[in-house]
Design a protein around this ligand. Structure first.
Ligand SMILES: [Zn+2]
Ligand SMILES: [Zn+2]
Length: 277
């Protein structure tokens, strides 16, 4: 067995999202005991269709915070997980802003969609949960949605961490020490810092503290793409002497003794056996 991570999107920030310069569908993670879909933003459904992923195979859905690049496809992903709302199954996890609303932000899910999974839970930093058989530690973030959190997924193949949108501090970075694979949202290039997000220079500080086996830059903003995200990843790799790469939509990591990387081909099927209800 190995742990499989499939990127349904590697974009982020409002301009990349509104133009879909990169997809923003989050990622699927399967460590052998079920599949969790994290942050199903715009493009998630289209990409799952394109790679013939059957949404009924999803066992849990997480929305880290109440920004549309992280949640807009979540209601349909819940309908998929619950066989169109007919079968009470799966779990939905969201932060307070996502589920109840917080300080004028959210909620972003309807009470109907929160009612159809078998389990719905509000998460906050410090929680430790079992999600699809993985001990999952919820970490702190520093973002414009104050409820936002990050994640350390303890898989049999090492810790896979998802640092959701955050500003840099040593304290935030140190939460991820011990990670084998680090998914790092780097919205802007070089020292082009915007509030509540990481730029490449922040990513360099982050990776120096954590020193994971592989760092994947995700949540790529439009200026990051214009400056060539691959060149930015190379800059971070040179500065840290750790392996850093820019994520690609529909890239798949298979994490076992080693980490292998492939790019899936997407095409919309004329007909799929999954549609034969
Ligand atoms: Zn975002
Ligand atoms: Zn955000």
């Amino acid at each position: 067995m190995a742990t499989v991570l499939t990127f349904l999107g590697t974009g982020g920030g409002r301009h990349t999202t509104m133009f879909q310069a990169r997809s923003t569908g989050g990622f699927l993670l399967d460590a052998g005991k079920g599949t969790v879909h994290v942050d199903p933003g715009p493009g998630a459904l289209t990409n799952m269709c394109g790679i013939r992923y059957d949404l009924r195979k999803t066992d849990a859905i997480i929305v880290s915070h109440c920004h549309p690049d992280h949640y807009s496809d979540a209601a349909c992903a819940i309908e998929g997980m619950t066989y169109g709302g007919w079968v009470k199954r799966g779990a939905f996890y969201g932060t307070e802003s996502v589920i109840s609303g917080h300080d004028g932000l959210g909620p972003c899910m309807s009470s109907y969609h929160l009612s159809i999974p078998e389990k719905t839970a509000t998460i906050k930093a410090g929680d430790v949960l079992d999600i699809c058989g993985m001990e999952t530690e919820i970490t702190e973030a520093d973002h414009s949605d104050p409820c936002n959190v990050g994640f350390r997924f303890n898989t049999p193949d090492g810790i896979v961490s998802y640092v959701s949108d955050t500003a840099y501090s040593d304290r935030i970075a140190e939460q991820y020490i011990g990670s084998r694979v680090l998914l790092l949202p780097v919205t802007t290039p070089d020292d082009n810092r915007i509030a509540g997000h990481l730029c490449t220079d922040d990513a360099i500080d982050f990776v120096r503290r954590v020193r994971p086996e592989l760092t994947v830059l995700i949540h790529l903003g439009i200026v990051m793409l214009k400056h060539d995200e691959n060149a930015q990843a190379e800059k971070a790799e040179k500065a840290t002497r750790c392996r850093v790469m820019a994520g690609r939509d529909l890239m798949r990591l298979t994490i076992g003794d080693s980490i292998t990387i492939e790019d899936l081909e997407a095409s919309r099927p004329d007909w799929s056996p999954a549609w034969d209800l």
